[in-house]
Design a protein around this ligand. Sequence first.
Ligand code: C2E
Ligand code: CA
Ligand code: CA
Ligand code: CA
Length: 279
Amino acid sequence: IKGKYGKHFALYDDKLRGTLLRRQAITDGMETALAKGQFEVYLQPKYQIRDGRLAGAEALVRWNHPEWGLQPPGEFIPLFERNGFITKLDQYVWERVCALLQEWDRKGYPSINISVNVSRLDIYNTDLADVLTSLVRRYGLSPDRLHLEITESAYTDTSRQLIETLGTLRRLGFVIEMDDFGSGYSSLNMLAEMPIDVLKLDMKFIQTEITRPTGQGILRFIVDLARWMKLRVVAEGVETREQLERLQNDGCDYAQGYYFAKPMPVESFVSVLTVQDPP
Ligand code: C2E
Ligand code: CA
Ligand code: CA
Ligand code: CA
């Protein structure tokens, strides 16, 4: 490429090529990575706001890549959602979580629940209810130990299949959480129709709105609505004491975020789980 803009085009070209090569490397390496145990489950604690007690955790996957180091999922999950690998990876994460819960039960650790992320593909690709039921059975767990976080954008498709699958899972005893609630896809119709147990408020709302007057009104409205619908409310992305106080004032049930802890390796979480309350 010649002329005034040549250099910029060339730069852009290089950057694009880099991205494409990286994507190719991710796709080429994913199966081996799974087989070699390079995907790691991190856990982020979740607290009951009323009394500050540990209520559970969310499982968040990382890729411990031999060349690139520990990779957060922001880049590889969207790719896996396009090429279908997410279904395999999610099942791996769910199984790892069940194995941990079983191990902790045997050791007599406090009995908590763990939230796992369920991609919308999982709902359509697999017989989700069968997969999850046989999993909890195999590990001797009651289904309510697993909370299933389904992102709000998955609900735009209010197909019978989605409603039926979630309804089945809920009847089986799994706890259904609507993740990223308020991020822009939900409608009141959908909320009325969907079989869910928990609203997980979108992080952006927590971080930008709840300390402003209008946001406070909206928060109060959501919590009231949730009470009326017998749903519990979780706030994620809580980073400051001020945000926590607002949530506490308005009766939000659970909080998760950097204010308490970042997602951590399993061994670190075990210390959080087993720490004795100070006398
Ligand atoms: P998400 O499910 O909405 O998870 C919350 C994200 O916010 C996580 O990012 C978490 O580390 C981050 N976070 C938690 N507290 C705070 C905070 O106080 N401040 C800020 N700025 N961030 C906070 P992460 O781990 O990078 O995951 C990103 C997304 O990748 C997740 O968003 C989820 O959609 C997806 N994901 C992660 N693990 C899995 C998985 O095993 N399966 C599937 N299907 N998706 C996953
Ligand atoms: Ca989530
Ligand atoms: Ca979320
Ligand atoms: Ca999200």
